[in-house]
Design a protein around this ligand. Structure first.
Ligand SMILES: Nc1ncnc2c1ncn2[C@@H]1O[C@H](COP(=O)(O)OP(=O)(O)OP(=O)(O)O)[C@@H](O)[C@H]1O
Length: 304
């Protein structure tokens, strides 16, 4: 597959803060590409540079080998984290209004069907639930029938049912052959939707590849998690456990053998948990801190 979007040595600073520190990646045509990372990692700044909304300090972004231009702008659709819609308009009227900004696109009734807005398209948009509003914003992002769809944290704040519903819509849109660039700090979302991901932390890309490949590159077998305790030397030597956030983690592809050793060495197994590694575990392994953990810290400090 040819690279549709190429990002080269991209940087952006806000005064003394370097938000994006010279990142490189490519997005093949027709895939769902995920930019992942905790709050403040630089995802939105990166995606907004790709959209042409935020200026680039240095580096370049190419679409089909060319810089973003007016023609390409018509081929891009954007779902922002927040979009202010005009009061009193129904969903259908919002779609008609946004469609009038473009020379061509999808008719509102098709978008209503595609994004499953039928039951509430004629209601005032202010009365919509969180999940319904996100579906309307998705439909608005699709009014010009774009080749590339940018989704910036589209499911933040939605309940699990609404998130799953939204994921199935994204898969429908992907099946239409569109290239999707998505930012999220939900690792399960990335594992479900993305063919390819870049994990960002502090303005840099710390891992890049298909989610399954990244997991098999960094983990073998399963992860055994145990509450923090003093472990016998035999366990320390053979299992090489890692202590993170009050738990020991043992990565093993010989689970029966490892469990037998823990029993023989009289390790306290209360609270033991065996699971497959996921992208949260990968982030923890690469950075030493959890994704949600950092998100919570930022949220808490924002409330102080
Ligand atoms: N317009 C701006 N002016 C000053 N600082 C900014 C601006 N936009 C972003 N930043 C800072 O740049 C850093 C990266 O922010 P960015 O929004 O790109 O991160 P993010 O990964 O998208 O986070 P979130 O998940 O919270 O949206 C943060 O420290 C943020 O405070």
């Amino acid at each position: 597959m040819s690279a549709f979007i190429q990002v080269r040595k991209l940087t952006k600073s806000f005064k003394s803060l370097q938000a994006v520190k010279g990142i490189d990646f490519e997005v093949p045509r027709g895939i769902c590409f995920g930019l992942l990372g905790p709050n403040g990692a630089g995802k939105t700044t990166t995606i907004e540079m790709m959209e042409g909304i935020v200026s680039i300090d240095s580096g370049e972004i190419l679409y089909d080998g060319l810089p973003l231009n007016q023609g390409m702008n018509q081929r891009i659709g954007i779902q922002f984290q927040n979009t202010a819609l005009q009061d009193h308009l129904t969903g259908r009227e919002c779609l008609q209004m946004f469609a009038s900004f473009y020379q061509k696109g999808l008719p509102p009734h098709e978008l209503i069907n595609l994004c499953q807005l039928g039951d509430f398209a004629d209601q005032d948009h202010r009365k919509l639930s969180g999940g319904q509003k996100q579906r309307l914003l998705l439909a608005i992002a699709l009014v010009n029938d774009p080749q590339i769809l940018f989704l910036d944290e589209p499911t933040t704040g939605l309940d699990p049912h609404a998130r799953r519903n939204f994921w199935s819509l994204i898969n429908r849109i992907k099946a239409l052959g569109k290239t999707i660039v998505l930012t999220t700090h939900y690792m399960d979302e990335a594992e479900t939707l993305c063919d390819d991901i870049a994990i960002m932390d502090k303005g840099q890309i710390i891992a890049r590849g298909a989610p399954r490949d990244l997991l098999s590159e960094h983990f073998r077998g399963v992860l055994i998690r145990l509450p923090e305790q003093t472990l016998p030397n035999a366990v320390m030597l053979e299992c090489q456990p890692k202590l993170e956030r009050g738990h020991w983690y043992v990565n093993t592809d010989k689970v029966e053998h490892t469990l037998k050793l823990l029993v023989e060495q009289q390790v306290n197994l209360e609270g033991l948990h065996v699971k497959s590694a996921n992208l949260d575990d990968l982030f923890l392994k690469l950075t030493g801190h959890g994704l949600q953990e950092q998100t919570e810290v930022v949220k808490e400090s924002a409330h102080v």
